[in-house]
Design a protein around this ligand. Sequence first.
Ligand SMILES: [Cu+2]
Length: 62
Amino acid sequence: MDWQHGFSLQPININTQILPGYEMVLTVTPDTSGEQTIICNEFCGIGHHNMVGKIYVTEGGQ
Ligand SMILES: [Cu+2]
């Protein structure tokens, strides 16, 4: 909620800006299991390089 960030989800190649005051909703239906990587791809300040995450997709919705 502070200022602009980015949301990049790879390898399925979702890439969007996250703007203050807005709720961004993305619906993703993965067709393969595995690891998805999230990074902030808009320079957002001193902690920008730490804005990373992972989503683990498993078969069968577990
Ligand atoms: Cu950032």
